[in-house]
Ligand binder design. Structure first.
Ligand code: BGC
Length: 723
């Protein structure tokens, strides 16, 4: 008899429900603490899973109670939100997405997993795969940005990185793909608000990332807090059972979001806790995180006949299978049993530094203001984010402590030898204080150049951090305007570095400064990475994974829009446009400058006639006309001008990279897999439609900068014809 069959035969109902329950251990800044009653529950076998417990000591202690003092000795599953690193923080996911580099995404996830597993953890509530096209939504920071293809690439890489080749290894974590599904579509960008989108949008944009995570073998999935057209995801039988399990083939654990089962009452679909528990169980939710609905509600639901023992057993088996796959039965103490060496930690810091430098997006660089000219000896470093090590962490800092983070001030003092840094905060990140502005602006009189460090606080993005007006908070605009005026009076170049978990509304700033960098939140090595870029040791290569709107009135804004019957025409009033703003974003998806300057030519696509099942080979020549070596990211888009369903004006289908020294030319090769030539037809089934398509290649999602070639599709699919 298998271990799981044996346990199933011996478990009481209370013990089974314990395996379906996850409770917080109350991790705080002073260290992990656990409520006494949870300890008792672990001992009596009625609590099988914990979140937010960190460190080999506390984890080992709790594990020992479960394994050595509970009746059946079933080990605990312990998880934490390790979103962008554990103790060593990497850039936030939105920033990392802009690397367009699956190998690096996998590597940072691997390192995060090793570090967290060494701290006793076995599960991370990541990757977060929610697309966001609305910067009002704070959780934009945690995800891959606006594009489904990018999300798919990141999903696979992150799952492989967290889980490694074998889940049972001491350095592997179970990943949790979240939040299933379409959470990023919350009404008006307001956290936890209702979602109501078409099935086409769901299938084209929001499901592919989860399908990729499932294909990569993700251990668990977390449903979103939100509803979809009136059905809360935590109770969404059709999406969780029919789509996720049956259609996508997911056989792992579904873990609810924090208190989400109890919140079914607030959603207005359950009358009481037993009702909520029955709905979630029927939908396929295996673990109840924090709402006590399964432990308290399911016994009542069983009596009422609204839940069945078969469904409970099915869920318990899945949880036990995951614990078995993690190797917890064989050795519950394998995670956290070995401290990492100082060499490993140093290498991880070096990785954090290089990834942070690669994540920064250079949005503007007039007259090659950057890198800093050698004549600059005195820099005025001004703004509330200049000396803010804790803020560099960004949202979801896991076990990363503020003191371990390199501020911009510290990074520049260290990384720009021979340059004197004059520093002033000017004004706090948020708040009404104006009195520091004049003294800060006065620093310009002693400087050769000015760097403004502006932006959001780390807690202004992430969960429960929606903003209606994501401009610079507090008095930062007043500070920036005063400093820019003072700098102009001295003819000093002004560089602005903006920290944020989302695109900010910075048109007004962009048009006034000489250089603008989007630093997002860069993690442990933020200041050192920025010093590497400003000094020119590294050329910026980040590309924005999300469009930057000019104003909130343009939102939701994304590049892959479908055509309209009346495309914008400035000479014709009755076309699709605004009276008071251009349609296009301030910075399009994929945009980012470097210290090189690239010219594209010679786009080739072969074959020029392709059947279903034929991949396309795409190549383009890239020439660096600039005076410095740099890396270019090349984007490959597809457009189907005539199809049975109106297709987006551009769809990302691939990327390539090349590093070129000044004056050098190279060829970038990319392959478009045959499956990418299909789309979801009128019945939402994949279809290959003969006819002409366009392949477009270039530096970002701006048609004006793309080279295009047409390819004929021929073959068994029916050509689109009006019927
Ligand atoms: C968030 C999840 C997270 C969970 C556990 C919730 O509030 O929505 O993303 O994994 O808390 O911390």
């Amino acid at each position: 008899m298998s271990r799981i069959d044996d346990l199933m035969g011996r478990m009481t109902l209370a013990e089974k429900l314990g395996q379906l329950t996850m409770t917080a251990a109350g991790y705080t800044v002073t260290g992990p603490v656990i409520a006494g009653d949870s300890t008792d529950s672990i001992r009596d076998g009625t609590l099988g899973n914990l979140l937010n417990l960190v460190g080999p000591g506390p984890v080992g202690e709790m594990q020992r109670i479960a394994v050595e003092q509970s009746r059946l000795g079933i080990p605990l599953l312990i998880g934490l939100d390790i979103i962008h690193g554990h103790r060593t923080l990497f850039p936030i996911p939105l920033a990392e997405a802009g690397l367009f580099d699956p190998q690096t995404w996998e590597r940072t996830a691997r390192e995060a997993a090793r570090e967290a597993a060494a701290d006793g953890l076995a599960m991370t509530f990541a990757p977060m795969l929610d697309l966001s096209r609305d910067p009002r939504w704070g959780r934009t920071a945690e995800g891959p940005g606006e594009d489904p293809w990018l999300c798919v690439q990141m999903a696979g890489a992150k799952v492989r990185g967290f889980q490694g080749a074998d889940l049972s290894r001491a350095d592997a974590l179970a990943g949790v793909a979240k939040h299933f599904c379409a959470y990023g579509e919350v009404t008006a960008g307001r956290e936890y608000a209702a979602v109501d989108i078409s099935e086409r949008r769901l299938r084209e944009c929001h499901l592919p990332g989860f399908a990729a995570a499932v294909q990569a073998g993700v251990a668990a999935v977390m449903p979103a807090f939100t509803d979809l057209a009136g059905i809360p995801m935590t109770a969404h039988r059709a999406l969780l059972r029919d789509t996720l399990r049956d259609e996508l083939g997911f056989g792992g654990v579904i873990v609810s979001d924090y208190n989400a089962i109890a919140e079914l009452l607030r959603h207005g679909v359950a009358a009481d806790l037993p009702d909520a528990a029955a709905l979630a169980l029927a939908a396929g939710v295996d673990i109840d995180m924090m709402s006590e609905a399964y432990r308290r509600g399911l016994p009542v639901a069983l009596e009422r006949g609204t839940a069945t023992m078969a469904r409970i057993d099915e869920a318990v088996r899945r949880v036990l299978r995951l614990k078995e796959a993690l190797g917890l039965f064989d050795d519950p103490y394998r995670r956290g049993s070995q401290a990492e060496s100082s060499g490993v930690l140093a290498e991880r810091r070096a990785l954090a530094r290089s990834v942070a430098a690669r994540a920064v997006v250079l949005l503007r660089n007039e007259r090659e203001t950057l890198p800093l000219a050698p004549g600059i000896r005195r820099l005025a470093l001004i703004g509330p984010l200049a000396d803010a090590p804790g803020e560099m962490r960004g949202p979801w800092w896991a076990a990363g402590v503020a003191e371990g983070h390199v501020s911009v001030l510290a990074g520049l003092r260290d990384g720009l030898p021979g340059v004197t840094i004059l520093h002033a905060e000017g004004t706090p990140i948020d708040g009404p204080q104006l009195d520091g502005i004049a003294p800060a602006a006065a620093l310009c009189a002693q400087a050769d150049a000015v760097i403004l460090c502006l932006g959001e606080a780390a807690v202004m993005s992430g969960e429960a951090a929606s903003r209606t007006d994501p401009d610079l908070p507090g008095q930062q605009r007043a500070l920036a305007l005063a400093v820019i005026a003072a700098a102009r009076a001295q003819r000093l170049p002004v560089i602005a570095i903006v920290f944020s978990g989302r695109p900010l509304l910075v048109s007004w700033l962009a048009e006034r400064v000489d250089a603008l960098l989007a630093a997002w939140f860069l993690g442990a090595e933020a200041g050192n990475a920025l010093a590497d870029l400003l000094s020119g040791r590294i050329s910026p290569s980040g590309r924005t994974p999300i469009s930057w709107p000019r104003s909130m009135g343009q939102v939701p804004l994304h590049y892959a829009q479908r055509p309209t019957g009346r495309p914008a025409d400035s000479g014709d009033k009755f076309t699709s446009k605004y009276l008071d703003s251009p349609n296009d974003p301030l910075y399009p998806f994929g945009f980012g400058l470097g210290y090189g300057r690239f010219r594209y030519s010679g786009l080739r696509v072969t074959p020029d006639t392709a059947g279903a099942g034929t991949p396309l080979h795409v190549s383009v020549e890239v020439h660096n006309e600039g005076s410095r070596g740099a890396e270019e990211t090349v984007f490959l888009f597809l457009h189907d001008p005539v199809a049975s369903v109106s297709r987006p004006l551009l769809e990302l289908k691939g990327t390539g990279k090349i590093h070129l020294e000044p004056g050098a030319t190279g060829t970038v090769h990319m392959t478009l897999p045959a499956a990418e030539l299909c789309f979801l037809g009128p019945d939402l089934q994949p279809v290959f439609e003969p006819g002409e398509i366009e392949i477009l290649v270039g530096p970002c999602a701006d048609r004006g900068h793309l080279l295009a070639r047409r390819v004929r599709l021929e073959g068994p699919g029916a050509p689109h014809a009006p019927s």
